[in-house]
Design a protein around this ligand. Sequence first.
Ligand code: ZN
Length: 394
Amino acid sequence: MNELLWFLLPVAAAAGWFAGKRNQTRATAAWNYANNIHKDVNLLLSERTLKPDELLDSLAETDGEAADTYIALGNLFRRRGDVDKAILLHESLLNTVKLEPTLRSSAMVALAQDYDSAGLMDRAEALYRKLIASNPAFPDYWISLIHLHEREHDWAAAIESAQAMKAAIPPNNKTIEKADLPRRLAHFHCELALRAAHDGYEEQFGELLEKALSYYPESARAHIMLGQRALRKGRNDDVLEHFRAVEAARPALLPEIIDDWFAALRGASDPQALDDFIEHIRGRRNAYSVIRTTRDVIAEREGEAEGDRFLKEQIVRRPSLKSLRDWVHDQVQVARPEERENVQVVATMLDQVVEEKPLYACRVCGFNGNVLHWQCPGCARWDTVTTIVGIEGE
Ligand SMILES: [Zn+2]
């Protein structure tokens, strides 16, 4: 990183040389600019504590042209973990130099990011609100504020800001489309619903989830939570309705609900519903856990041989390490005594291989793990973590 900072010096000096070709005044300014940057970089890179007065003195001699370099320099300090120096630089710049409005906004955004990195959330929020007040139609300030609420898990504030953003910005704005507000609002309501359930407010739990669907009818998360609630209340037909919506919106989530889906089908008002669902499963490409659960239901209703026939038919269509592992485990039981030990070794090896494979991955940043996160811990996007499918997954 230090090399990168030093790279700024010849660039600044070269900028000074070109300026000097135009007139003497500009040459002097460029020379001062390069010298100031050189001095400040040295001070900021040194291990001793930089006195604010020293920085203020050199900034006082700086014109607005150098400001963007100072902003970039502060950002570099933040990225390498020197948040205190980044804050000092950006704060000093804002307090000392008269900046034109665009540069002033850039410096404020940079300072808000410094505060955010330092955990000074109140100060970061105050700056974002100031920026929004200065230009309410600029989506990036709103998005930064909403991200801040998300990191703080302040879901009520996140809802308020998302609604205010929707009201302030025309709906055909490309950035507001990218912000994916309906999906976010649904997740914020799901988060509040979880809190309500935790605190024992059952009625509020249901209302918040319905609200989530009013913003984003395809919210798989809200449908799963409402389906599971209906199952607890014995309203099996409602369960089926919500789970069908989950499958339509995000078919990869079927493994999360397959057990509950079969539980609801067993108590559904339509006796044909269970047979129809099994037929539906036969006709689609399935994750291994869906195949395994369906196999057990078929075995229970039509006998073990029929269950195994379904299993073989399905795993040939979508082979995976998990299905191979289970098949080898089954072979241990039926292997000849002299071969059993070898088959057991293969089964144990496959257990280890499968255990090391993550269950879920983010399709955007590649973050992976064994928990289904609705918001990716790697890139903070919503609904991008999904079940891994294919040979190494489901
Ligand atoms: Zn991600």
